[in-house]
Design a protein around this ligand. Structure first.
Ligand code: 5GP
Ligand code: ZN
Length: 113
């Protein structure tokens, strides 16, 4: 997708701090972290949001969660973590390329508000 911020980040056209990458996903440090550890995980493929997940692309979400487990191991997040997907306007999504926040290294409150 030509004008997508996260497509450009995954392609290396906009710099980011890489945390993990494989053939399906790219993970990088959030520029405005909400926890001491805050990664953004995206599929390389441009999917706008969780509202556009289908039988054709749902395997990429499985790959995102495989990456979650690998990053948790890689980063030593044994105490736990939270995965957040904001979808659409009411969900607080500000970038139109599906992404999953991986937050850790502090006691996260519930409900999130
Ligand atoms: P959303 O609000 O859509 O769920 O999350 C978008 C996230 O992307 C935010 O946490 C924001 O800090 C992060 N973000 C926005 N622009 C950039 C950028 O240029 N680089 C990085 N690394 N993160 C960004
Ligand atoms: Zn994109």
């Amino acid at each position: 997708m030509a004008d997508c911020l996260f497509c450009k980040i995954a392609a290396g056209e906009i710099p980011s701090t890489k945390i993990y990458e494989d053939e399906a996903v790219y993970a990088f440090a959030d520029i405005n972290p909400q926890a001491p550890f805050h990664a953004i995980i995206i599929p390389h493929e441009h999917i706008v949001s969780a509202a556009e997940i289908t039988g054709e692309n749902s395997h990429l979400i499985a790959k995102v969660y495989e990456a979650v487990a690998k990053i948790a191991q890689q980063e030593g997040l044994q105490k736990g973590f939270r995965v957040v997907n904001n979808c659409g306007e009411d969900g607080g999504q500000t970038v139109g390329h599906i992404h999953f926040h991986l937050l850790a290294r502090r006691n996260l409150q519930w409900p999130p508000g």
